[in-house]
Design a binder for this molecule. Sequence first.
Ligand SMILES: Nc1ncnc2c1ncn2[C@@H]1O[C@H](COP(=O)(O)OP(=O)(O)OP(=O)(O)O)[C@@H](O)[C@H]1O
Length: 304
Amino acid sequence: MSASPLLDVRDVSKVFTMGGVLSRKQIKAVNEVSFALSAKKPEIFTIIGESGSGKTTLARMILGSEVPTSGELLFEGKDIAARRGAERLAFMARVQPIFQNPFEAFNPLKRVDRYLASTARRFLNARTEAEMEGPMDEALQHVGLSLREVKGRFPHELSGGQLQRTAIARALISKPSVIVADEPVSMVDASLRMAIVNLFKRLRNELGVTIIYITHDLATAYYISDRIIIMQKGHVVEMGPARPILEAPQHPYSQLLKRSVLSFDGAGGGRITRSGREEVDTSAEALIKGRLKPAGDGRLVRVG
Ligand SMILES: Nc1ncnc2c1ncn2[C@@H]1O[C@H](COP(=O)(O)OP(=O)(O)OP(=O)(O)O)[C@@H](O)[C@H]1O
């Protein structure tokens, strides 16, 4: 068996050139980033950073939809950018994306099961209804849904949470080793966020899927991540086990990020109102101090 890491990101940079001949401007979106994910130990590997820090560009290079300007990304020892045709398709089956907005991920005029069926056709070469429906239902069961529940439904007929879980099920159909989830909970109602991130934990534990979780939400990052990297202006400023880093960040930027998220963040670090009466503090600080714990229904509950 090969000893290569599952994913090996080596000194990867991406430069975008903007403007015309006279006003040429270069943006180094990703700057010499390196890390490796183990083939043996599935994990939740989080990429955290504020808007514009290069997270999405890095994710697009991992998915092979953007080619690095320098450095290389290897999946099971082979260059991602060099894969073509059948090799590219096989790679795409193993490394699947989940996007931010489930309502954009699905065509509003297409029934969601048709979307799942086309994924089964593409990656599993399924042809008959039965060949498609078995893996579709299996994937939906992994996210707490079933084919019976979503069959014939249009995206607007499902809740945001159901639709995001369907998007995750779609990603599971090809039995991937890696899921790249770019801000998967930022468009989901705050009360459902923990349910989605708990699902990622289950996929890691039960299916052995490695999750690359891209976010600016320190609270969920703290709660689910095994390791994190913190990015600022394309650079990795801190990398390592998630909890020690988020509890006591060393780099001034990580410290600033933590402070700013604790004081104001509408996307997860802020306050949500439950039942219109009670305020639940979902900030990273609250989680860190252990004042909240996730309840079975995906909400956070106050301890003691
Ligand atoms: N196709 C592109 N052409 C030019 N510049 C780009 C392109 N894609 C990204 N950039 C620039 O690269 C930098 C990093 O962007 P990127 O989207 O990777 O950051 P991000 O951390 O994912 O931010 P966000 O959370 O807002 O998506 C930004 O300055 C952005 O404007």
